[in-house]
Design a protein around this ligand. Structure first.
Ligand SMILES: Nc1nc2c(ncn2[C@@H]2O[C@H](COP(=O)(O)OP(=O)(O)OP(=O)(O)O)[C@@H](O)[C@H]2O)c(=O)[nH]1
Ligand SMILES: [Mg+2]
Ligand SMILES: [Zn+2]
Length: 292
């Protein structure tokens, strides 16, 4: 019996990488289908000559993209083209935190900003650096490529972020042999067409990186209104000092989050994004809100 990790799924066929870095193309045993269980990319599995026979328990289980056992999400945001958006950043962080996965923030295309613009952005993002690692990157100057190499080492990483943010380009910069299709063609056609399709873990040193298609919009179907406050970890840390246990940090008196916001210790963008996300989830159909 051999053991390995599923790194690719195309047309019902799984590619499993074993400890000796050998690839095996396999099908799952019929028993999985009968149990309505689908092995997925990221799974650690046992296998014989032609079949996956057992799937280990998952540490976590992402649904979009379909990947199991993710160590961290590389959250890619372009400085420009498309413009940097704090709202999008906080929306992605909320989704990643709701999956109990650690985000690493990567700001790409810093070559497109002038020194003043970049300084302003860095100043604001210092707030996030209290909680998350932030890496500034350019595929043109290859600035901080080494930091990306270090942070991804020996881990299962998933790239996430808006379409056109530069996710596939990061992979191509790390390893030019990969030659993953980037957005240039669709941009030339003037459409926001996704360029990245099937789910695959790319072997990268001792670790893995999965490219994903970017989203033009994000949905919060699996998030409940009550839980949003936990996904803003900076607010959560302060919430113990709020007067009310279940403080939403919006209209309650003696709220430590609002207190710190007034004192200038919380980035206003961050607080506004919280309100925005809260209202967005609130406005969704009740059936979604209760979901999960
Ligand atoms: N100037 C500059 N352009 C970049 C940089 N990174 C990516 N680009 C360009 O931005 C465009 C989009 O990059 P992609 O890597 O395809 O973006 P993506 O996030 O993979 O997009 P989707 O696959 O649609 O989600 C391409 O034209 C890249 O050449 C960068 O650091 N600097
Ligand atoms: Mg891409
Ligand atoms: Zn509060």
């Amino acid at each position: 019996m051999s053991k390995g990790r599923i790194i690719k799924l195309v047309g019902g066929l799984y590619t499993v990488l074993d400890k000796e870095n050998q690839r095996h193309t396999l099908k799952p045993l019929g028993i999985f289908r009968h149990r309505n269980f689908r092995p997925k990319v990221g799974d650690i599995v046992e296998f014989n000559k032609d079949s996956i026979t057992k799937v280990d328990d998952r540490k976590n289980d992402l649904h979009r993209p379909q990947i199991a056992n993710v160590d961290q999400v590389l959250l890619v945001n372009s400085a420009k083209d498309p413009d940097f958006s704090f709202l999008l950043l906080d929306k992605f962080i909320t989704l990643i935190e709701s999956n109990e996965i650690l985000p690493v923030i990567i700001v790409t295309k810093i070559d497109l900003m002038n020194a003043k613009e970049l300084d302003e952005l860095k100043e604001k993002l210092k707030y996030y650096q209290k909680f998350y690692e932030v890496i500034y990157f350019s595929s043109i100057t290859k600035e901080n490529l080494e930091s990306i190499n270090t942070v991804t080492k020996d881990k299962v990483n998933v790239l996430a972020g808006q379409t056109g943010a530069g996710k596939s380009t990061i992979l191509n910069t790390i390893n030019p042999d990969l030659d993953i299709r980037t957005n240039e063609i669709s941009k030339a056609l003037g459409r926001g067409k996704h360029t990245t399709r099937h789910v695959e873990l790319i072997v990268f040193g001792e670790g893995f990186i999965a490219d994903t298609p970017g989203f033009s919009s994000l949905e919060f179907k699996e998030i409940t209104l009550e839980n949003i406050k936990y996904y803003f970890i900076d607010f959560f840390e302060l919430s113990h000092q709020c007067k009310f246990n279940e403080c939403t940090h919006i209209h309650e008196p003696s709220c430590e989050v609002k207190n710190q916001l007034d004192k200038g210790n919380i980035l206003p963008e961050r607080y506004n994004d919280y309100i925005h996300i809260y209202n967005e989830v609130k406005a969704m159909k009740p059936m979604y809100r209760r979901n999960k």
